[in-house]
Design a protein around this ligand. Structure first.
Ligand code: MSK
Length: 630
């Protein structure tokens, strides 16, 4: 369809920072494909009560809303105030995010158990050292035992973490003593993963307390059960099964799709099936079939966090982050998009209908009308993966070459910085990093995490904040869609050290690492916690004492609320660029942005301008440095 070139240019530049994304935004517009941006426009104006967090739809005495200007109604039908409604809403969202991460973690550990019992096919224990080390933390004897026996004992111990009656998740022992003491003092030590989430659901029921502060404290405890529980088990279980990531070089952006190959995009979060897809794509018979169908090969590309898992461990190129899922299809070159769960637009099958793309759903939890459902089970996952690859190969001849446009230049990038890889890049100990921080060459570190959100130009928040921080000699560590944004923008290359301040640049050049380190998927924010914990332990302080910060510049998801909350509860000041739905309650805002400082020596800030967000982070980092006397 003809569209004024000026309009195309302007619109695509408003939507995304990345040139390759802009190119395909234009193509999607020309093809008449509805995307997330059109849907956002159709929702305007969005509900003000909802944005302020002061509407309640929990029971059928409602729905209720509170007058944000202090007039009537001041209370819901049940009597709830704006503070209670806002606190319950945010706890509900946070618990949803913690549940998503933790349920993912549980599935990984279940596969570890089935692998140990010889019931899965295609899976192997790849990191035996980590298996033994983590088993040791659980008090499991490893001497003289076979790896399958250790893995079985560990998987059972980890599954117990979800409903343990010990009243303490084992992995919180990884936090420094001082930080754990702080949690104990204010009563937020996480007791078990499921317990905190179930209790959160209980607490948001009508008539279960009216004290907003008490509700928000439980939100912190629930988030800790995610960061130091469900997410950490997802990371450790995946490392044990698939290998702990080490630095690797690959490519990012929609240009990783290939004109002459069968393109399969792997989208979602859980690596269980996608790991088998990596094996299946190497199958000689399927490669031969691809040739017979006219393709030069089979090309796997990642999307969102399933993509991050694959690029961290296998260097599989990544096509993009959250707002790229529709754009990848709009290139007209994707034979199959495989989805597991989380961050997958429910309308993706409608997008796919505009081209020849088939969407294949693989989780019993995440079915989408219009998708082909091929369910992944560990005992047959390899066969399922082969079936999906075959489907994609057979779909290749249906590609309409007239409607294909793939951006030309994929960006080179480096990833694979697990906590272990960071330590090893430093020569086996944190001492060089600590020395650089003490000497002021590196002022501190900030974890930039989270998603894209169509309310912000795609990647603008991540990239502007990242560049500002490295310029100020602040090391940046990233996960999730933030890390993919940096990959597309070239910040994950050692050469990007040229954009850093003199101190950080000299450290990066000496170590040959980028100033922005890709640490993995959303659940791998647990790697950031481990990095912080290990540095704090070496200095004999709490995480809350370190010159660290967190940021989620373009967040959208409930999982990001949980991540932000466990950063803050662990003592890390965290800036959100998009306001959470709490601003209808000044009391809730005050507790989360100021009051928490008195409890966990950290709080949230909300700052839409990434340059000003960098100012806030720098200020806190300098204060913490003063506190440490450095
Ligand atoms: S995929 S949670 S959009 S980071 Fe983890 Fe990206 Fe956010 Fe999903």
């Amino acid at each position: 369809m003809y569209i004024d070139p000026e309009y195309l240019k302007e619109t695509s530049e408003k939507r995304s920072l990345d040139k390759t994304d802009q190119e395909i935004v234009q193509k999607a517009l020309q093809d008449g494909v509805e995307t997330v941006w059109e849907r956002l426009a159709k929702q305007q104006p969005q509900c003000g009560f909802g944005q302020l967090g002061i509407c309640c739809n929990r029971c059928v005495m409602g729905p209720c809303r509170i007058d944000p200007f202090g007039g009537e109604p001041k209370r819901a039908v049940c009597g709830a105030t704006r503070d209670l409604i806002a606190a319950r809403n945010i706890l509900d969202d946070l618990a949803t995010g913690a549940a998503a991460h933790s349920d993912h973690g549980r599935e990984v550990i279940e596969v570890l158990l089935e692998t140990a019992e010889g019931k899965s096919r295609g899976y192997r224990i790849m990191d035996v050292d980590k298996l033994k080390a983590v088993a040791g933390e659980y008090g499991i004897e490893t001497q003289g035992k076979k790896k399958a026996a250790i893995a079985k004992a560990l998987a059972l111990a980890m599954l117990e973490e979800f409903g343990t009656v010990k009243n303490r998740i084992q992995l919180i022992q990884r936090a420094p003593d001082k930080t754990r003491e702080m949690w104990k003092r204010i009563g937020i030590t996480p007791r078990s993963v499921d317990r905190e989430i179930v209790e959160a659901m209980h607490r948001v029921h009508m008539g279960v307390g009216a004290d907003y502060a008490n509700i928000l404290l439980h939100a912190l405890r629930t988030s800790l059960s995610d960061g130091w529980g469900g997410s950490m088990m997802a990371t450790e279980g995946s490392d044990i099964l698939f290998g702990t990531p080490a630095p690797t070089t690959t490519h990012a952006n929609l240009g990783v799709l290939k004109k002459d190959a069968v393109n399969i995009v792997l989208h979602g979060h859980n690596p269980i099936l996608s790991e088998m897809m990596v094996l299946a794509a190497e199958d000689a018979a399927l490669k031969k079939l691809a040739k017979e169908k006219g393709a030069r090969g089979i090309n796997l590309a990642g999307m969102c966090c399933t993509g991050n898992e694959l690029l961290m461990r296998h260097g599989i190129p990544i096509a993009g982050n959250e707002l790229d899922q529709e754009l990848a299809i709009a290139t007209g070159s994707v034979e199959v998009m495989v989805i597991d769960y989380q961050c997958i637009f429910p309308s993706l099958t409608d997008t796919a209908k505009c081209y020849h793309t088939q969407v294949v759903s693989t989780s019993e939890k995440s079915k989408i009308p219009g998708a082909t459902h091929l369910e992944c089970h560990p005992e047959s996952a390899l066969d399922t993966a082969r079936e999906i690859v075959k489907l994609a190969v057979e779909n290749f001849p249906h590609r309409d070459l007239q409607r294909v446009r793939i951006p030309e230049k994929p960006m080179k990038m480096m990833a694979g910085f697990s906590e272990e890889a960071v330590r090893s890049a430093l020569g086996g100990s944190y001492k060089p990093l600590i020395d650089a921080i003490v000497a002021g060459k590196i002022r501190g570190a900030v974890g930039i995490v989270g998603c894209n959100n169509p309310k912000v130009q795609q990647d603008y928040g991540h990239i502007t904040l990242g560049k500002e921080l490295i310029k100020r000699d602040i090391l940046v560590v990233e996960t999730g869609c933030a890390a993919i944004a940096s990959g597309k923008a070239g910040l994950l290359l050692p050469e990007a050290a040229g954009l850093a301040g003199d101190g950080l640049r000299s450290v990066c050049e000496a170590l040959k690492v980028p100033p922005v380190l890709h640490m993995g998927s959303c659940v791998d924010c647990s790697r950031i916690l481990m990095l912080a914990a290990n540095i704090a332990k070496e200095l004999n302080v709490g995480i809350e004492d370190l010159p660290l910060g967190g940021a989620a510049p373009e967040w959208y998801s409930q999982k990001a609320i949980s991540i932000g909350a466990y950063f803050v509860a662990s003592g890390v000041f965290t800036v959100l660029d998009i306001p959470p739905k709490i601003f209808g309650s000044p009391e809730v805002v005050n507790l989360l942005t100021a009051g928490l400082n008195g409890l966990v020596n950290a709080a949230f800030a909300v700052e839409p301008d990434p340059v000003k967000a960098a100012d806030l982070l720098e200020e806190v980092i300098e204060k913490k440095r003063q506190g440490l006397g450095i």
